[in-house]
Design a protein around this ligand. Sequence first.
Ligand code: PHE
Length: 342
Amino acid sequence: MTDRINELIAEVEAFSSRAAAEIEEFRIRTLGKKGTVTNLMEEFKTVAPEMKRALGQRLNELKTKAQQKINDLKASAEAAGPRSESIGDATRPGAGSAEPVGSRHPISLVRNEIVAIFDRMGYTVADGPEIEDDHHVFTALNFAPEHPARDMQDTFFIEKNPDVLLRTHTSSIQVRVMEGGKPPIRVICPGRVFRNEAISYRAHCIFHQIEGLYIDEGVSFADLKQTLLHFAREMFGEDSKIRLRPSYFPFTEPSAEMDVSCNLCGGKGCPVCKGTGWLEIMGCGMVDPNVLENCGIDSKKYTGFAFGMGVERIAMLKFGVGDLRLDFENDVRFLKQFASES
Ligand code: PHE
C-alpha cells in the first residue's frame, strides 16, 4: 500500500493541464467516488492498527496534494481564459472562418407575405411558363387584334415570331388555370414578367407580379372589394383603408385601380404619396364574360373577379426603398439590410 501511495503522489505531482475538461477528468480519476485516492481510503479501514498511523499520514498527504493540485490548476486555467486551453472552447465560433449566412431577397419576402395572406383566404398558388404565346397573354384575355399592348414597344417577342413572347403579365397563368379546370377556382399567380420599358428608378423591364382569380356562382364586386380590403389590412396594418377608382382593362368589366391609404403618413399626405394620402397598388375588376367563354367557362352560370399587383412596388412601399433597380443588382450591402426579416 505504501508503494501505491508513493506512486500516486508522484503522479499527482507530475500532472499538469490547462484544459478544464482534463482537470475535471483528473479530479474524477483521483478524488471521485470511484477514484484511486478514494479507493485507498476505503482500503485503509482494513489496515492493521499498528500500521495505521504511518500510512494514514501518508494517505492524508496524498489527498491534500491532489486537492491542492486541482485547485491550483483550475485557478490558473481560469485566469488564463478559455483560449489558452489546449483545445480551446469548442463552442466558440471560429475567428473569420464561419460561412456567411444569406438572407431572403426583399422581393421574396414580400411575395411570401402576399401568398401567405391569400393562402389563409383559401387561395392556391398556380404557376405557368415565362415564355408564352399570343393566345394566353392577349387573345384569350380579350385584347383586340390591334391593341397597343401587343406592340413591339411593350412586349418582347422571341425569334421574330410574334407567337412566341415573354409574358407581360401573369394573367396568362389564370387563362391556363381556367382552361384546365372547372369552377370554383380560387388561385393566385406569382411570377416574373417582362416589358420592353426604359429602366428607371420606378420601372424595369423585368419585374414580379401576383395576380389573383376567383370564379364561382354568384361572385360579385362586393366580394372583390372585401377581399382587397382584408388584404390591405393584413399587408399594411389594421387601420388601412382602400378606394377603388374606375379604370380599364380588356379582360375585366367593370375595371378599377385600387389605392391603399398611405401607411407612412396615415393618409395626411407626404412625399411618398405625393401629398394625396393614397398609394396606387393594383388593378382589378370583374372577369369579362368574353374571357370566361374564351376559356371554356359558362358565363351565364359563373362570375368572377381578378386582381393584379406589382411586387416591387409593394416592396418599395413596405420597406421604403426609393429605387427599384436595387432589387436587381444583387449588392450585398442592400440585401443584408433585410436579414432580420423572416
Ligand atoms: N394584368 C394586369 C396588368 O398586368 C393587372 C390586372 C389583373 C388588372 C387582373 C385587372 C385584373 O397590369
